[in-house]
Design a protein around this ligand. Structure first.
Ligand code: CP
Ligand code: NVA
Length: 340
């Protein structure tokens, strides 16, 4: 729900304010001493979180492992060649066995049904670390990044934010997506319109690049479709955009479609020229979940002053810490499996 999203984002901001000085006291002017500093939540003290990953990961994995340590617990990275899952054991049995020993499961899977199967049979909370359809933890980091950069979207973007300000409100934004209808976009579709932002999306016209029915059903169920304009024209999508976002054209598992995808996405690269000609807000900013290829965004945008991609990547850690604290440490916003 919208309040849950806001709660996780605010909590991530709070944990970042507490944890950075704790980890690096010299930043807080403490000459290396932690004396007088607040300690981050230790809700995972003595607890173990299973990271079941059937696909590669840099940000999601590292943020999960480092967040677990900071919360006083540990995580076990269980890659596809490490455990019996897939070769010798079912998702159902894996969920029950790992859930019997760990206090949370964070899983990156292929088909989305796999995460549902894990959640169905796990005795502990399961969080999606990316599936074919969704990538929820990415959108939460993106939300934190937008809030931290809220001043850039005001009429005077040069006015610097006050130090240690509370998490700023972001005015209603127009967020453009130019690329594939992939997992990263799908969470944005069900999140941003609920928080008052508008989305403008351009995907190529072929059926395979349209929003999958299971996702669109959820979008309409939540009433988010009213805040989304969908087109096949990248110039139209970036019109009036405050933020332009994209992702790889070839998601993990789609490597065999590479040649066809490169052809179909011709004209979809995010560049200064595209956004100028399309009439984006002159102060538009760029976001990308990473990893990035040059096809979808050129170096000028990726490494230029419009780019928020590295603060966005850093924020994976703080948003992951908030998610792990609330869902695995405190179990208080999961609904069905909350402790009472
Ligand atoms: N953005 C993201 O999820 O990156 P990784 O695949 O490296 O985890
Ligand atoms: N859409 C990409 C996201 C990677 C973080 C993929 O699924 O491979």
């Amino acid at each position: 729900t919208a309040p849950q999203i806001s709660r996780i984002v605010s909590h991530a901001h709070y944990l970042k304010q507490v944890s950075l000085p704790w980890l690096e006291p010299q930043r807080a002017g403490k000459k290396g001493s932690r004396q007088g500093l607040r300690m981050p939540s230790q809700s995972l003290f003595n607890k173990s979180i299973a990271l079941i990953f059937s696909k590669r990961s840099t940000r999601t994995r590292v943020s999960a492992e480092t967040a677990s340590v900071l919360l006083g617990g540990r995580s076990l990275f269980l890659g596809r060649d490490d455990i019996q899952l897939g070769e010798n054991e079912t998702l159902r049995d894996t969920a029950r066995v790992i859930g019997g020993m760990c206090q949370g499961i964070f899983a990156r899977v292929g088909e989305h049904e796999e995460i549902e199967e894990l959640a169905k049979y796990s005795p502990v909370p399961v969080v999606n670390a990316l599936s074919s359809l969704w990538h929820p933890t990415q959108t939460l980091a993106d939300m934190l990044t937008l809030h931290e950069h809220a001043h850039l979207f005001e009429s005077d973007p040069t006015a610097a934010p006050a130090a240690n300000k509370p998490l700023a409100a972001v005015r209603p934004l127009t967020i453009a997506w130019v690329g594939d209808s992939c997992n990263v976009l799908h969470d944005m579709l069900v999140t941003y319109p609920r928080l008052g932002h508008k989305m403008r999306v351009a995907t190529p016209p072929q059926a395979m690049y349209q929003c999958p029915p299971a996702v669109w059903d959820r979008v309409t169920q939540l009433g988010c479709d009213k805040g989304i304009h969908w087109t096949n024209n990248p110039l139209e999508a970036v019109h009036g955009a405050d933020v332009v976002v994209t992702d790889t054209w070839i998601s993990m598992g789609q490597e065999a479609e590479k040649e066809q995808r490169l052809r179909d996405f011709a004209g979809y690269q995010v560049t200064e020229k595209l956004c100028r000609e399309g009439g984006a807000n002159p102060n538009w900013k760029f976001m990308h979940c990473l990893p990035r290829k040059k096809n979808e965004v050129d170096d000028e945008v990726m490494y230029g002053p419009r780019s928020l991609v590295f603060p966005e990547a850093d924020n994976r850690k703080w948003s992951m810490m908030a998610i792990f604290d609330l869902y695995f440490g405190k179990w208080d916003i999961t609904g069905e499996k909350a402790l009472n």
